[in-house]
Ligand binder design. Structure first.
Ligand SMILES: *Cc1c(COP(=O)(O)O)cnc(C)c1O
Length: 401
């Protein structure tokens, strides 16, 4: 028996890491003149844009608001039909509904649980040009979608791309010219979005970011983020004096406050460290489960594996697949390990069923869902804790056979 055969504190599947330096950064902002829109917003945006290699970044109140603003900026309306994956957090699909558009799902590639680009091509080619307006790929688990390939299809059919990169800050794939393309860098997608929810790589409580290389879209996002109101003299239709502002579009209050941006800046400065630790944890899991026929590890997208043995997988999640997933989930819980399931396929949610989707529509996604389990994955997971998790997973699988 190891000393960790029983744990006093539960191990979650993901958790934030807040340091004294983070706390100090927030306290300093609280003592400053700005609680909401101050200097930390632009500072965070610039640092984040640089981190992912994009030209522009717009901080918003959360990842869902980021998706909504993107859909608005791209002009999604009642006539729009947009494709996304069923294996994602529902917000990836909901943003289209917020704007009155129609959501269609495309099944996943079972090897990676990412949207299946071959099926997507078939889907798009089966309809006349103009039928679909855009696609929202998700870098699920931190596995980057091959956006170079997706861009080709998008260009042939006039589609825009919103990359949901919530799982993948710091992730990358290698394109056909051998160049690393960071998730959210705006090279292939029109817009990309991130979330700073506590389980994500960079945690600010609530918070989100849109990145893009497109100046026009950037300007729209800035306007829509704050009620559609501008005070920029260059944009005003009239000008009555110093107080004057104009509401030029129906926007929202989707601002991210200064104190959270201060936390974001501090968190971002440790992002590389956290990512490196995630990769280490993944390697330990990989080695532990290798050769276990009854434990399948979700594959890394081919473009994320580089020649030097590195990986562009950002490991938001570490997903295994087992026959008796519920059994394993319950067994781990009994031992204070809170593994989680990502995701219940979006099309099987009562809301999407009310729009006509049914169980059975996307068999790969549903099969994946029946077996998937996300094991604890976060930078502060200790080696002992990870060993305990691995031991319990193996114990269950051995007894289950
Ligand atoms: C977390 C997440 C979102 C939503 O982000 P919030 O900040 O929680 O609104 C959207 N898409 C994916 C894939 C996510 O993981």
């Amino acid at each position: 028996m190891t000393q960790h055969s029983e744990l006093s504190t539960p191990i979650p599947y993901g958790r934030q890491h807040i340091t004294e330096v983070d706390i100090q950064a927030v306290v300093e902002t609280l003592q400053s003149d700005f609680l909401t829109q101050g200097p930390k917003v632009a500072e965070f945006e610039q640092a984040f844009a640089q981190y992912v290699g994009a030209k522009y970044a717009v901080a918003v109140s959360n990842g869902t608001a980021a998706l909504h603003l993107c859909a608005m900026a791209l002009g999604v309306n009642e006539g729009s039909c947009v494709i996304t994956t069923p294996i994602t957090f529902v917000a990836s699909a909901n943003c289209v509904r917020y704007c009155g558009g129609t959501v269609e799902f495309c099944d996943i590639d079972p090897a990676t649980a990412l949207i299946d680009l071959d099926k997507l091509r078939q889907m798009v080619e089966s309809k006349p040009k103009g039928y679909y307006s855009g696609v929202i790929p998700v870098d699920f688990a931190g596995n980057p979608v091959n956006l170079e390939e997706l861009r080709k299809l998008a260009d042939e059919h006039g589609l825009w791309i919103i990359e949901d990169a919530c799982h993948a800050p710091g992730g990358y794939f290698t394109d056909s010219r051998g160049e690393r393309q960071l998730c959210g860098n705006g090279r292939y997608a029109d817009l990309a979005i991130f979330s700073f929810h506590p389980v994500k790589h960079i945690a600010t409580g609530e918070g989100g970011m849109v990145t893009t290389n497109d100046e026009e879209l950037y300007k729209k996002l800035l306007l829509y983020r704050t009620h559609g109101i501008t005070r920029d003299p260059a944009l005003l239709e009239e000008n009555h004096g110093g107080w004057y502002m104009e509401m030029q579009a129906l926007g929202y209050n989707y601002r991210m406050p200064d104190m959270l941006c201060a936390l974001g800046i501090s968190q971002l400065s440790r992002a590389d460290e956290g990512l490196a630790r995630r990769k280490e944890i993944a390697q330990v899991y990989d080695a532990a489960f290798e050769g276990f026929a009854s434990i399948a590890v979700l594959g890394t997208s081919p473009g994320a594996l580089d020649e030097k043995g590195g990986t562009g997988h950002a490991y938001h999640l570490y997903v295994i697949q087992v026959q008796d997933r519920k059994g394993l989930y319950d067994f781990l819980r009994e031992h204070n390990i809170f593994a989680q399931v990502h995701y219940i396929p979006a099309h099987t949610m009562p809301y999407y069923r009310s729009l006509g989707y049914r169980k059975g529509d996307f068999p790969e996604a549903e099969h994946y869902y029946s077996q998937c389990l996300s094991l604890p994955m976060y930078p502060t997971l200790t080696a002992d804790e990870q060993r305990f998790v691995i031991e319990k997973v193996k114990e269950f699988v051995a007894n289950d056979n």
